[in-house]
Design a protein around this ligand. Sequence first.
Ligand code: EPZ
Length: 418
Amino acid sequence: MKDIIAVEGGVKLSGEVRAEGAKNACLPIMAASLLCEGRVVLQEVPPLEDVLTMCKVLNALGARTKYDKRQKKLQIETPAVLKTKAPYNLVRKMRASFLVLGPLLARTGRAGVSLPGGCAIGIRPIDLHLKGLKALGAEVIIGHGYIETVAAKICGERVYLDFPSVGATENIMMAAALAEGTTVIENAAEEPEVVDLARFINAMGGRVSGAGTDTVSIHGVASLKGVEYTVIPDRIEAGTFMIAAAITGGSVTVKNIIPAHLTALIAKLREVGCEIEEDEGIIHIFREGPIRAVDVKTLPYPGFPTDLQSPMMALLSLAKGASVITETVFENRFMHADELRRMGAQIKIEGNSAIITGREKLYGAPVRATDLRAGAALVLAGLAAEGRTEVGALYHIDRGYFRFAEKLAALGARIRRL
Ligand code: EPZ
């Protein structure tokens, strides 16, 4: 029996759900543990495929990892001497492995990582990562599907990012942490996950300032030490559950969340017609009236997050009226539109905009995930559709969501993983 999630639509979700630690904060922080020789203990580490893959990458570089899934606690012991090549099969499997480049270079003066493959949502270039590392003094040689970087010495430098790339900001920040002198990243990414990485580096004894703004300064230090650290909550997982409440017309409380990290989504869901109450670490959302059509434009933080674009498209497929979603972060992140059309959605793609004409109903159908957020969006559409929806290619969902079907079932959804 192939691995699918089966959903019978029509149930209004209700109850409480707790968000895990943020995947996109945990992955760069795990890579940054290579910057110190010693023991790092991370709390609130989400039990996701991508976390296990990153553990394998760290192991391949000589670090020892021990993950207690029940306690969501990860211990990383990093040795004095590290290997300097991340294995091709792991980097190909998860592009976030590319984040070991900066810390490896900072610690050992050399780093070899295979070219991260593109993926469904775009070619995912790495030119800004390499621009930054070269500015810090690294020599970059690309050949045979590998990137080799060598730097006899890493010196602080001013780097301008043509796009506020999350990964490039993180890679450069990590390389700069042990550099001689100060690095200034201009037009840096401002995502909360970037701020969490900066806080982690500072907890290890680093000197990063300005994280969360478009200008980040990193004053290099001689060495960093192992620490214990708790990862921030996952705003994208939390946002996905909020949209699940909105699409079913339910009443849901999301716990372990920082409402300030979801300002754009909260504003949009209120425009859609949801009532949202924010409290310390908690968001309560419910919808009684109709789903109103709204326009959404994805942007780097603090704009509307691209990772919630596909769940939002599922919601707006049932709105009264026409909505326009403009995707400005990735060049090809509308594949889920084809799958939503199979459920009766009326969506027209024009360049980087999707025009969604809301329908009275969606109808259950067999569909498949094209990326982890698209997979979640299809499950959400199934929650509101008439009849049974079967979502395939679940390995996408497992990369970014822990016990997704179980958490939705706990909110009353008629959902099962077969
Ligand atoms: C991070 O990817 C996240 N992944 C993504 O989440 C998220 O969608 C993305 O940031 C945007 O918020 C992790 O943090 C592990 P980018 P990243 O570099 O760092 C272009 C998920 O669903 N670009 O900010 O790869 C690039 O082509 C994943 O959890 C360059 O042109 O994103 C893209 O169009 C999906 N040159 C844009 O920037 C570069 O050197 C945003 O990419 C790097 C990026």
